[in-house]
Design a protein around this ligand. Structure first.
Ligand code: NCD
Length: 310
């Protein structure tokens, strides 16, 4: 029997394809509970610790909703200003403390590798909710779930990843997973924000896929079944002016979409800034708010599987 009990989820590479499928299938069963139509006490008496050292709306709140919909409790912080880190305590001691108060830890931190470090220190399972520009595996799980829901499959779809492919952890995680599931990838970014070579070589060597890469939005999007767009990750730029310039130049509009396939679906991890014209929000192609909801059943399934109650 496949089991995720006690597992750390730090990178999407920590999961095999069959394990990802188990999470997605389990998430289907969680949907009525995620919507509050039915009630569960699977995680009664358990506590989730959410440690957010970087801003978050969806990831933290959907983990909170997921744990509470499972009958469990949540404790944690967002921002370090009111924790003992403001007094100079290090991450290691913070994790040593928090692991004694809860059953699963969710951590988001600006440094690449921080979640892996936390997992090495903690005897309780650790879930990476974003470590700098590196990985965001639970976002990828809900992205895959959304694509499956909207398109009925992943294999063989042409998925265009559009935006800041260098600094967006959502893109780095998702690109690997899509290759694993047999999608065809188109990578579109402003010049200088291309996907890093480590991910490209993994996609090629491990999954035998060669993404089509371009800096031209129009040419890249025509064949896409799914457009996955993200914002320019301004906080990771040294030159903020440069980030703003790229942000303005990279934008999805109804005019661009009129050149795309009729059934194209647009996904976005959110938050969006200016990269999607507000008129697109009203179009049937826009699936990003449905996508944010799917974060709840997917994270419910993951928490239940890691706890071994499902
Ligand atoms: C993303 C993140 O934090 O990496 N947001 C999210 O978790 N939904 C995307 C982003 O900040 O651009």
């Amino acid at each position: 029997m496949m089991s995720l009990k006690g597992r750390d989820i730090i990178s999407i590479r920590d999961l095999k394809k069959e394990e990802i499928e188990l999470i997605l299938d389990s998430a289907e069963k969680m949907e009525p509970y995620a919507r509050g139509e039915k009630f569960l006490k699977l995680m009664e008496g358990k506590i989730l610790g959410t440690l957010f050292f970087e801003p978050s709306t969806r990831t933290r709140l959907s983990f909170t909703a997921a744990m509470q919909r499972l009958g469990g409790q949540v404790m944690g912080f967002s921002g370090t200003g009111i924790t003992s880190m403001a007094k100079g305590e290090n991450l290691t001691d913070t994790i040593r403390t928090v692991e004694r108060y809860c059953d699963i830890i969710v951590i988001r931190h600006p440094l690449e590798g921080s979640a892996r470090l936390a997992a090495e220190i903690s005897s309780k399972p650790v879930i990476n909710a974003g470590d700098g520009a590196n990985q965001h595996p639970t976002q990828t799980l809900l992205d895959l779930y959304t694509i499956r829901k909207v398109k009925g499959k992943i294999k063989g779809l042409n998925v265009a990843l559009l935006g800041d492919l260098k600094y967006a952890r959502t893109m780095r995680s998702l690109a690997c997973a899509l290759a694993m599931f047999g999608a065809e990838l188109t990578l579109i970014s402003p010049r200088g924000l291309e996907m890093a070579p480590d991910i490209l070589s993994e996609i090629e060597n491990r999954y035998g896929k060669k993404p089509y890469q371009t800096n031209d939005i129009d040419a890249g999007l025509r064949k896409a079944d799914v457009i996955y767009i993200c914002r320019i990750q301004k906080e990771r730029f040294e030159d903020k002016y440069e980030a703003e310039r790229m942000q303005k130049a990279f934008r999805i509009t109804p005019e661009i979409l009129s050149q795309c396939k009729d059934e194209v679906a647009i996904l976005h991890p959110l938050p969006k800034v200016t990269e999607i014209d507000p008129r697109v929000d009203e179009m049937k192609a826009a699936k990003y708010f449905d996508q944010t909801f799917y974060g709840v059943p997917v994270r419910m399934a993951l928490l239940a599987l890691i706890s071994g109650v499902m």
